[in-house]
Design a protein around this ligand. Sequence first.
Ligand SMILES: [Zn+2]
Length: 249
Amino acid sequence: MVQKIIVIDPGHGGSDPGAVGNNLLEKDLNLDISLKVAARLSSYDAQIRLTRDDDSYISLNSRAVFANNLRADLYVSIHINAGGGAGFESYIYNGPVSTHTANFRTTIHNVVFNYLKGFGVVNRGEKRANFLVLRDTSMPALLLENLFIDNPRDAALLKDSDFINGLALAIADGIVESQLLSPLTQENPTIPADPIIQNPTVPPVWDPQGEIDKLIASGIIVNNHQADTPVTWGQLATVLNRIIERNKL
Ligand SMILES: [Zn+2]
């Protein structure tokens, strides 16, 4: 069974701090939550990839291209909101989307809000928007706006590491539920990496003297030769003519 590839996208980064408020930077919260989501998902049978795992600037287009090149199964972008509201909302693209996209989003939205409601967080609902990472990704993609950085009550929660840990677990659990991921068990402990790495093309071991032996065995050359001795044009022509003669049969 091919492993699902899940891309976690910590919004903003580097020169782009995202929203700022209450001594918090959105880019830092996004990265913290995303790394914890990825850590949680690493105990499941899936490949987890991050668009960034440090404080670097990545363009929106590069993020979408990254996920598209991976042929990811799901793209989850992690953000913190701002602008005078409060609470949690999720987004999918406001153009045509697959039913998978809508279903995955609803599952993840509900699991995350089930956690948040214990803290009195407002449910702003399931929304749609023309965000680049939702529009230009070729797999089901959603974006989570996890509370408002400029709201004092939301910001107090965002400053609480236990709250953040629980939020990351809830997002991971929502992903697990939506993708039907299996936990890695003792019987299934390996995390195969890339399909390319998983099925490596084993380079043949080059055996020059063995190649000469094979030519002798097949009658293309008659005598043994040292593998590193030069060939004359006469010898090369003889060998080529033997091959040509053979192919006429
Ligand atoms: Zn953002």
